[in-house]
Design a protein around this ligand. Structure first.
Ligand code: KG4
Ligand code: ZN
Length: 339
């Protein structure tokens, strides 16, 4: 049977819609990013995000149908991100999807945004099960052991800040724009990703992550080097590009080491793992991709990562999960709410 899914994603600051079918796979993946609206505040403003979703959701959905060369009547099932995320933002997407489903008598499925990220590498690649998924975004850092479509367990999670959040917060410390990841990557490139400051790699006792400690370590290293005044909370090296480059470069090496160490430890703990997936917004980072590719080559295991548009928040990954859930007959109903 050809299942045709329309997916809607509005959990944070991207309004997105996509179409996925059994026969043709991902046919469209439309994203309206609100980054410009939030950049001036140095992070996402929840109230403003909800209003933008409200404005854009219809147009983005129409665009996704148009690019898939479909009309709404061709769609069988509507998949929508229902958790986790900013409540006001999630509510826009879920209410919109419920109204569409109700008015057209179509099926609806609530999707976990993180499940979307976990399986995002499977959209473009045939990834063998069981695989290990390193899911690293602005809100989450976690290691999942994935047994099958929709069957997975978390084996390492973030105790505090996410990896993307560490990039964003450290960029903010240096008065650099949001989101910090891509900005710091460009700066680090100028120093060839060398390690200058040897920031702490954290505990290897288990598979959990702690990036808040890393942020604090970077802050105190800056204080020691007279680059940051703790009392006035001001960065003192705004005009010293080289210093900013060295911080960015050292941070990349440190985060690369942390990811490598955790994956290696997981591979020892779970020797039946057949592949590794690197997903989420931070997986856009070319240096980190290369580090993990080299490491997986040495470990003789294949590494998969999605193309950048499927790494950062998107509805394509929600459509993909919606598709296998519809095949598994796992539907929601009009009681669907947000979590
Ligand atoms: O997956 P995503 O779009 O949203 C969440 O679900 O959180 O991830 C956004 C995060 C931000 O923290 C951003 O700084 C980070 O992904 N990011 C990057 C890069 N591009 C985006 N981090 C490192 N290097 C990049 N090139
Ligand atoms: Zn995300």
């Amino acid at each position: 049977m050809n299942n045709r899914i329309l997916a809607i994603e509005s959990s944070c600051d991207e309004t997105a819609a996509a179409v996925y079918t059994t026969k043709e796979g991902l046919l469209s993946n439309e994203i309206y990013s609100q980054i410009e609206q939030h950049a001036k505040y140095g992070g996402v403003v929840p109230e403003a995000a909800s209003r933008e979703h409200m404005k854009k959701i219809t147009i983005v959905t129409q665009q996704a149908l148009e690019n898939a060369k479909m009309s709404f009547s061709d769609i069988d099932t509507i998949a929508v991100t229902s958790k986790p995320g900013l409540p006001g933002s999630l509510m826009i997407g879920v209410s919109y999807a419920k109204a569409l489903a109700y008015a057209s008598n179509k099926k609806i499925i609530g999707i976990d945004h993180l499940e979307g990220h976990v399986f995002s590498a499977c959209i473009e690649h045939k990834v063998p099960f069981p695989f290990l998924s390193l899911t690293v975004s602005g809100g989450h850092s976690a290691l999942y052991l994935v047994h099958d479509y929709g069957t997975y367990e978390i084996i390492g999670y973030t105790l505090d800040d996410a990896a993307g959040e560490a990039f964003d917060k450290i960029a903010k410390l240096m008065n650099l724009p949001y989101p910090g990841g891509p900005v710091l990557e460009k700066l680090a490139q100028q120093q060839d990703f060398k390690d200058f400051f040897n920031y702490p790699r954290g505990s290897l006792k288990n598979l959990n992550f702690s990036f808040s400690g890393l942020k604090t370590a970077v802050l105190y290293s800056m204080v020691k080097q007279n680059a940051y005044n703790l009392k006035t909370k001001t960065f003192l090296k705004n005009n010293d590009k080289e210093f900013q480059q060295k911080v960015s470069s050292s941070l990349h090496v440190c985060i690369g080491d942390i990811f490598e160490n955790k994956i290696k430890a997981a591979l020892i703990q779970y020797p039946n793992i057949k592949a590794v997936c690197f997903v989420g917004g931070v997986a856009c980072n070319k240096y980190l991709r290369k580090r993990l590719t080299n490491m997986c080559d040495q470990e003789n295991i294949q590494l998969f990562y999605p193309s950048p548009k499927l790494c950062t928040d998107n509805a394509g990954m929600i459509a993909f999960v919606g598709h296998y859930k519809s095949q598994q007959q796992q539907f929601s109903d009009q009681n669907l709410s947000i979590l």
